[in-house]
Design a binder for this molecule. Structure first.
Ligand code: NIG
Ligand code: FE
Length: 412
């Protein structure tokens, strides 16, 4: 296969070799004017000034000319979604907006449990179709790696069905899906014994199936009053870790619970953190666990944002994800949410872009994407604008004109 030179770009932002931890000012951003990118098969071969690349690689190269003005950046990574669900929770949203809390609705049988009913009722084909439809919504935003959690099955059989649906969807979409088992989303109401017995059953019966069928390498747990306590979740996470799974935790969403456990277990990420206090922020900042802000959940619930500024200033690794789910975060729009968080929390463009590229990749334990440099996957977005700042300035309404994944143009 011949190499392709793509460009010229008015501005090319490689977002490469930036530190993972801590605050980033915009002057760290390398901006290549009249830049180009050379790809071969699914990988990046070279990045630099277009004229230099043209000279270096001709005559053996194919040219893919881009209309200017154009800005090129790595494509995005949504490292936290729950898009494998059936049904709709518009009524929860209406109830919350007239005074009921998320936890009250959950206790009354709405919330996660109502989505479990709809997801269980869906056939695997229906669930697969829902996932594909939502993945396509994300691809148009320039997102080419998407984490997808189970967690609305809440039995061995139904969790397997959900993870198989994600596996089926993967065969039909050009984005990379990263599946995660969230069987510990809450104790199912129809499970007769206690939470510990439920988690033991999952660890002994479901975990081996996840391995056998290669369904996922990641285990998530919701540590919260309405879900699992620290005491209940520790043996579960220990078992997951012993069986070689990566750990991620829904932490500190309503009360400060979970992020300390996440760090204790060397979790790849601790997500939510709206209720994190100084103590948790310090612990996260000193760790390699990525702190994932989910502004879509703050917007959906009308709650506080994750203290992103403080986390960065203390030295944490900050990622931003949509948390797309039918309950707390129904929007599913990454750049809208990231730029709203940026305005609220005072985040630089460098902090926003790394939070949805290299730092989000780290949350998924992936190191082959999120930066435009030799050897990385050729995953990038092209915007019809002359100034990269317009991307956050337009607050997610400026969409990419082209989305490339693994060297292929997948959306235009
Ligand atoms: O990340 N917090 C727990 N899980 C989801 C919400 C799931 C739901 O409400 O259906 C979240 O916000
Ligand atoms: Fe979530």
């Amino acid at each position: 296969m011949t190499k392709k030179l793509i460009g010229p770009f008015t501005q090319l932002l490689p977002l490469a070799n930036l530190p993972l931890h801590g605050a980033l000012a915009d002057n760290v951003l390398e901006i290549i004017k009249n830049g180009g990118i050379v790809i071969e098969h699914n990988r990046i071969v070279d990045v630099g000034p277009y004229a230099t690349l043209q000279e270096k690689y001709s005559p053996t190269i194919t040219f893919v000319e881009i209309d200017t003005p154009a800005v090129c950046m790595p494509s995005y990574i949504d490292c936290h979604t729950h898009i494998a669900f059936g049904g709709n929770r518009a009524n929860d949203f209406a109830l919350r907006n007239t005074g009921a809390t998320y936890l009250e609705i959950a206790e009354a049988g709405g919330g996660i449990w109502s989505t479990v009913q709809h997801t269980r009722d869906a056939s695997i084909e229906e669930l697969t179709a829902h996932i594909i439809e939502r993945v396509n919504v994300l691809i148009k935003q320039g997102i080419t790696t998407i984490e997808v959690k189970s967690g609305y099955g809440l039995s061995v059989e139904q969790e397997v069905k959900t993870l198989r649906a994600i596996q089926q969807a993967q065969k039909q979409v050009p984005a990379d899906l990263v599946p995660t088992c969230l069987a510990a989303h809450m104790k199912p109401w129809d499970f007769a014994e206690d939470a510990t017995a439920y988690l033991e059953k999952i660890a002994t019966e479901l975990f081996p199936i996840l391995r056998q069928e290669n369904l996922t390498n990641r285990i998530d747990a919701f540590v919260e009053k309405s879900a699992f306590s620290a005491t209940e979740i520790r043996p579960y996470l220990r078992s997951a870790k012993e069986q070689g799974f990566d750990i991620t935790v829904h932490a500190d969403q309503f009360t400060s619970s979970g992020s300390v456990i996440a760090v204790e277990f060397g979790a790849v990420s601790a997500d939510h953190l709206e209720a994190s206090t100084e103590n948790e922020i310090q612990i996260l900042a000193k760790s390699d666990t990525v702190a994932v802000a989910l502004p879509g959940a703050s917007l959906g619930l009308g709650c506080a944002y994750t203290p992103a500024r403080l986390l960065l200033d203390k030295g944490a690794i900050l990622a931003i994800a949509t948390d797309w789910n039918p309950g707390s975060a129904p929007m599913g729009q990454l750049m809208i949410q990231a730029s709203i968080l940026a305005a609220a929390e005072k985040l630089s463009n460098a902090e926003v872009f790394t939070a949805i590229t290299s730092r989000a990749a780290k949350a998924l334990n992936l190191y082959d994407r999120g930066q435009l440099q030799r050897g990385q996957l050729a995953d990038f977005n092209i915007y019809a604008t002359a100034n990269y700042q317009n991307i956050t300035y337009k607050q997610g309404t400026l969409l990419p004109q082209q989305v490339w994944k693994s060297g292929e143009l997948i959306y235009t």
